[in-house]
Design a protein around this ligand. Structure first.
Ligand code: FAD
Length: 560
């Protein structure tokens, strides 16, 4: 890794988003070089890159950080085996470099994961996959954990017990990496804040304003106080994911639409019902798509479908046919597991922010990012992947700085060097040990991979009552609630249970067993009265219903 410039070292404060009301006051009173709209991985990545270069940066997020697509991905930090089929070699190469880099920058939070790819049928089919995997290694310049290799039949059973071996011609092992997407996004946001960016959640941009033909201010609605205020900035970047067309329309209602959202559905099943030692890359018998079974937080995440979508962007709903499709793929590969609808712990629908291309179906659309410059000087970024957020941010901020330079004024300092800025510790902290990871089974490592160096702070706080588990049998401790309120701007029950912890996805009842207790503790910190506390629990309960196939029958819709 290149050395970290001293100026960054000197400037970095603690990893914290700070107190929300103080940040709000700053947004309303200061003028910024850059306003970023959208607090998913793309927007937070842009804020980090810009702050690291000394660009004064504000970011506003309409809901909670990572509550959009950035908490609904397949959680893979990967080169993208699928995209070789589409000959997207440049993108796979870039993503492969990032796969390695993010493991270095966020050890534990991003960790290497072995995959087993079984091939049924002819030797010709096996050869085809072998060529693909060789190409995958080659495109990564052999920089992955290890090169792919063919497993011996005995190894197949020990690595992925229960895999269908009838008709199995070959099984290959290769490596990608896995993360917790929402936690990664929040870490990136905290690092951006530690370098001076001002980030606020539950603050929606409702209008963009021009002066002399250039967009230089935004009206923002604060959902917590129901107040509006303006933020002034020399440059505005829109990182609104699937909401990008809506945001562009605020700048100019005549701009042509760009987005073509595609819905992907993930299901979560108990980890002991499917192998946890390695992920499995399964080929869907009905259409040949790759579907992954990924060990994640003691569970197995089965991912994903890919269908065109035109409904409500904030609350994408799944269809039971999508759940059944994923279960069929699993059943084809693991018939003895006998998994059915009743075993599904959670279902999550997410929307890929894809850029439309004439004549192409969603499966064939490129996952590459696109930068869109509007006549009023707004820069919008669409497409992209969780894995490649860092190079995307670099390209966006290069363009921002080019524009700011053309228009004169103080120029920011040097390059960003985000490739050497750690994500789960401060620059000068001792490296974080990564004994475990999000796919591991050892609860003792949970705080370390989730919070990095701040695990020490949490362990210190987690004495007495604060060490009490939030949910029976889960590693979460009450000290995390205070930490989330103090440092991660959790201001609603759902912010904590769904984006800071991942209860919606991994807990049997979506974490409802702990909701009342968490609401009481958060309420004491945030000054909720009894009515507000009950409202928080009810809103979370409604949201939880959307993740549970059983409760969904009641017609729940996601809120918040
Ligand atoms: P988002 O995370 O959606 O963020 C946009 C934000 O803008 C939202 O939080 C929204 O609330 C906010 N916003 C919108 N309007 C406003 C407004 N008016 N004011 C303020 N804020 C606003 N990528 C990978 O690398 N690996 C994977 O394994 C992977 N799997 C995927 C699986 C699925 C099912 C899906 C759907 C995607 C997957 N992806 C994966 C892609 C990846 O998740 C996305 O590319 C990425 O999360 C997009 O991030 P984003 O920040 O652009 O969008």
């Amino acid at each position: 890794m290149p050395p970290i410039p001293d100026r960054l070292r000197r400037r970095q404060t603690e990893l914290s988003l700070g107190a929300r009301d103080e940040r709000m006051a700053q947004l309303a009173s200061e003028e910024f070089d850059l306003l970023v709209v959208g607090g998913g991985i793309t927007g937070c990545g842009v804020a980090l890159d810009a702050a690291a270069r000394g660009v004064t940066t504000a970011l506003v997020e309409a809901r909670d950080f990572a509550s959009g697509t950035s908490s609904r991905s397949s959680k893979l930090i990967h080169g993208g085996l699928r995209y070789l089929r589409h000959r997207e070699f440049g993108m796979v190469r870039e993503a492969s470099v990032e796969r390695r880099r993010l493991q270095e920058l966020a050890p534990g939070l991003v960790s290497s994961l072995p995959f087993v790819l079984p091939v049924y049928g002819s030797a010709w089919e096996s050869l085809r996959y072998r060529v693909g995997l060789t190409l995958y290694d080659l495109v990564a310049n052999f920089g992955n954990t290890a090169r792919h290799r063919r497993l011996h039949p005995a190894e197949v059973e020990s690595t992925v017990p229960g895999l269908q071996t009838t008709g199995l011609d070959a099984a290959y092992r290769y490596f990608d990496a896995v993360t917790d997407d929402a936690r990664l996004t929040i870490q990136v946001a905290k690092v951006a804040a530690s370098l001076g960016a001002v980030l606020v959640n539950h603050a929606r941009v409702t209008a963009l304003h021009r002066q002399n033909g250039r967009t230089g201010a935004a009206t923002v609605h604060d959902a917590l106080t129901d107040r509006e205020f303006q933020i002034r900035a020399r440059k505005v970047v829109l990182a609104g994911g699937v909401w990008l067309d809506e945001l562009l329309a605020l700048d100019d209602p005549n701009l042509a639409p760009n987005m073509r959202p595609a819905r992907g559905v993930n299901i979560v099943v108990p980890g002991d019902r499917l192998p946890a030692g390695a992920a499995t890359a399964m080929t869907a018998p009905s259409d040949g798509r790759l579907v992954f079974a990924i060990p994640w937080h003691h569970r197995t995440l089965i991912s994903t479908t890919d269908n065109p979508y035109s409904g409500d962007l904030a609350h994408p709903e799944f269809e039971m046919a999508e759940v059944d499709y994923l279960l069929e793929v699993v059943d084809h590969h693991f018939p003895r597991a006998g998994l059915g609808r009743q075993d599904v712990v959670a279902v999550q629908a997410g929307l890929r922010p894809l850029i439309a291309e004439p004549g192409k179906g969603v499966e064939d659309l490129s996952r590459r990012e696109r930068l869109i410059h509007t006549p009023s000087g707004v820069l919008a970024v669409g497409g992209g992947k969780l894995t490649t957020y860092r190079p995307i941010a670099e390209k966006v901020v290069d363009a921002v700085i080019g524009d700011l330079a053309e228009r004169g004024g103080n120029l920011p300092e040097g390059s960003a060097r985000t490739e050497c800025i750690p994500l789960n510790r401060r620059i000068d902290d001792a490296p974080v040990e990564s004994r475990g990871g999000v796919s591991g089974l050892d609860d003792a490592d949970y705080l370390e991979w989730a919070y990095g160096a701040d695990a020490r702070l949490l362990s210190g706080r987690a004495t007495g009552a604060d060490a009490r588990p939030i949910l029976p049998g889960r590693p979460y401790v009450e000290a995390e609630i205070d930490y989330a309120v103090d440092r991660e701007m959790a201001v609603r029950l759902s912010d904590f249970l769904s984006q800071r912890l991942r209860c919606l996805l991994i807990d049997d009842d979506q974490g409802m067993a702990g909701a009342e207790r968490v609401a009481s503790i958060m309420g004491c910190r945030l000054g909720w009265d009894e009515h507000q506390r009950q409202q928080q629990v009810a809103a979370y309960w409604k949201r939880a219903g959307c993740y549970s196939p059983g409760k969904r029958v009641g017609g729940a819709r996601e809120t918040g």
